[in-house]
Design a protein around this ligand. Structure first.
Ligand SMILES: C[S@@+](CC[C@H](N)C(=O)[O-])C[C@H]1O[C@@H](n2cnc3c(N)ncnc32)[C@H](O)[C@@H]1O
Length: 292
């Protein structure tokens, strides 16, 4: 079935009204996104901040008459707002899979490649992770994941036990296992992430060296290497847990940190870890520490 999307760019104050109007006109869903370039990172629990300039999109069934829809929106809103109204027709497709069209094999460091199923690089000594993230975060396209993958690629992992805290698609856990890690414990508070991690470990033949742990009950014994690609505020909140999980002399890798937050995160971990110089990709930082 085809669909119609109505898009309007509006101010922060008007956005909730337009959202409500779209719902009243029969929208099946409404979406609010940034209309400019104003990142809103790490809202507090329960906070739902929106942008100064917000693009509101309503998704309508395709049989709705688009002239009638335009007329109703124009009637209910003043002309300043409706000047930005755009109606777009969308053909139906298998939406969960559509992103795969743009997912290509990607190298990280010297040997490691992340590949969609069936696509392989030419490099003979490549270490290949075949990945389908499903609905979880982690394809390698984001700099925070890329920094972790590059770090794993150049680190000897044989004989090491790791924890992937916030495993998402399982991309880091599976990459570490394919690069030779002895065992990986993976945890995430999102059940879809746990599902995706299991499926990706199975697809890559490393499931028997992976142990999934409920995020309320992470592993109890400290390991050689803890990786957490989450956001700065959460990394600071998790500091005691992540410290306990790293054995003395072991390493911690923290990612998901914006450059201006790096000092704050590094300071939070500095009593328990000797922190190394940060690595940076675009505006994102990876921190490494060795447990004292
Ligand atoms: C940025 S994604 C990283 C995914 C993957 N590890 C990667 O590097 O691409 C962060 C993941 O951490 C999970 N997460 C966030 N806070 C968490 C918490 N307090 N406990 C467990 N998992 C958490 C999220 O559900 C998400 O899957």
């Amino acid at each position: 079935m085809p669909w119609i999307q109505a898009h309007l760019i509006t101010s922060k104050d008007q956005a909730p009204l337009i959202e409500l109007l779209f719902e009243n006109l029969g929208a099946l869903s409404t979406t609010l996104v940034d209309a400019e370039d104003e990142p809103l990172l790490e809202p507090k629990p329960g906070e739902l901040p929106i942008w100064q300039q917000t693009r509101v999109t309503g998704l309508f069934e395709g049989h709705i008459d688009s002239d009638h829809l335009r007329q109703r929106i124009n009637q209910d809103l003043n002309s300043d707002v409706t000047r930005t109204l755009e109606l777009e027709r969308l053909e139906d497709q298998e939406w969960e899979r559509a992103w795969l069209d743009n997912f290509h094999a990607m190298p990280f460091g010297q040997r490691l490649w992340i590949c969609p199923q069936g696509k392989r690089p030419e490099q003979p000594d490549a270490v290949i992770v075949e990945l389908d993230p499903g609905l979880a975060f982690g394809t390698g396209t984001h700099p925070t994941t890329a920094l972790c993958l590059q770090w794993l690629d150049h680190t000897p992992l044989e004989q090491l036990e790791l924890i992937d805290f916030g495993c998402g698609s399982g991309i880091l856990a599976v990459a570490a296992l394919k690069l030779g890690a002895k065992r990986v414990y993976a945890t995430d508070h999102d059940p879809q992430a746990m599902q995706a991690t299991t499926a990706n470990a199975e697809k890559n033949g490393v499931l028997e060296r992976l142990q999934l742990c409920d995020s309320q009950h992470p592993p109890t014994h400290p390991v050689d290497l803890v990786m957490a690609n989450i956001l700065a505020g959460t990394l600071i909140e998790l500091k005691d847990i992540l410290t306990r999980l790293t054995r003395p002399g072991g390493r911690i890798i923290l990612s998901g940190i914006l450059s201006e937050q790096a000092q704050m995160v590094s300071d939070a971990y500095a009593d328990a870890f000797s922190m190394q110089p940060p690595r940076q990709q675009e505006e994102w930082i990876l921190l490494e520490g060795r447990r004292k």
